[in-house]
Design a protein around this ligand. Structure first.
Ligand SMILES: NC(=O)c1ccc[n+]([C@@H]2O[C@H](COP(=O)([O-])OP(=O)(O)OC[C@H]3O[C@@H](n4cnc5c(N)ncnc54)[C@H](OP(=O)(O)O)[C@@H]3O)[C@@H](O)[C@H]2O)c1
Length: 257
């Protein structure tokens, strides 16, 4: 009787996951969280030292892993990592993309170079990684780390906002094509303190005080609170969830007063 109502497990235990942009900030938290649940995890980015350091932490948590660098601006680089993962593990169940590039520039000052770079990493990187890994995933889950930004109007962030709006739209469209075997979702985090924004919203900054005043949940998110959403989306419990952008912002984005 109980089985009829039992949901599938909210865990990634036993799965093989690749986290691109998984050596820092949100991506690293997701990689470590997956490993602590019993997944095998490859956390990758451009920098060898960061890859090695995260791999060490993954091993300490009991995960099998390999050390591979990846640059999402290169299709050959992504394919190379994918092939090494397949060689080592035989299959991939979960892909997470969390590579970061930001331009904090006004509309009339943004250069074509800045525009191209942010879109190359944030949007075209998502396309490249999705295409590359979907080709070898018989079934599984893809989770893109998007942002709250495309749901808002933030000054001096138009390039990033456009890229992330593209990620949300691409997530829905790709989900339609890749269903039912592969689910594609995105997470839209609000503010999380990471190396790329610690100067802006770290402890003691004026912006951090403003976030504390405005956010109904009282502060920025801890990285682990974004990882929780990734675990759910990657797990079998989310077996009917696809094409979704899951906002994890402590209600910051929709809170007016
Ligand atoms: N922090 C926030 O408040 C926040 C809010 C909403 C959304 N996000 C999004 O969350 C994601 C992660 O951001 P974060 O704050 O965690 O940033 P982070 O701590 O700076 O981490 C970024 C990661 O991306 C990797 N990376 C950068 N360029 C890359 C490339 N070309 N190819 C592969 N990997 C690359 C970095 O490693 P290497 O330097 O070694 O490549 C690093 O592992 C980003 O997509 C960001 O837009 C962040």
């Amino acid at each position: 009787m109980a089985d009829e109502y039992a949901h599938r497990p909210v865990t990634v235990a036993g799965k093989t996951a690749v986290v691109i942009g998984g050596t820092s900030g949100i991506g690293e938290a997701i990689a470590l969280s997956f490993a602590s649940e019993g997944a095998d995890v490859v956390a990758t980015s451009r920098t060898e030292e960061k890859v090695a350091a995260t791999a060490e932490r993954l091993r300490e948590l009991g995960a099998a892993t390999i050390e591979a660098t990846t640059d999402v601006t290169s299709r050959a680089s992504i394919d190379g990592t994918r092939d090494r993962v397949i060689e080592e593990f035989g299959s991939v169940d979960v892909l997470v993309t969390s590579a970061s590039a930001v331009a904090r520039t006004a509309v009339d000052e943004t250069t074509e170079e800045e525009w191209r770079h942010v879109l190359d990493v944030q949007l075209t990187g998502v396309y490249r990684a999705t295409q590359s890994f979907a080709a070898v995933m018989d079934e599984g889950s893809i989770v893109h780390v998007s942002s709250l930004a495309p749901q808002l109007a933030i000054a001096n962030l138009s390039t990033y906002t456009a890229a992330k709006g593209g990620v949300d739209a691409y997530t829905r469209a790709a989900a339609k094509e890749l269903a039912p075997e592969i689910r594609v979702n995105a997470i839209a985090p609000g503010y999380v303190v990471t190396p790329q924004n610690v100067d802006l919203i770290g402890e003691g900054t004026e912006a951090r005080e403003r976030i504390r005043r405005r956010c109904p949940m009282g502060d920025v998110a801890d990285r682990s609170e974004i990882a929780g959403a990734a675990v759910y989306l990657a797990s079998d419990a989310a077996s009917y969830t696809t094409g979704e952008v899951v906002t994890v912002d402590g209600l910051f984005g929709r809170s007016v007063f």
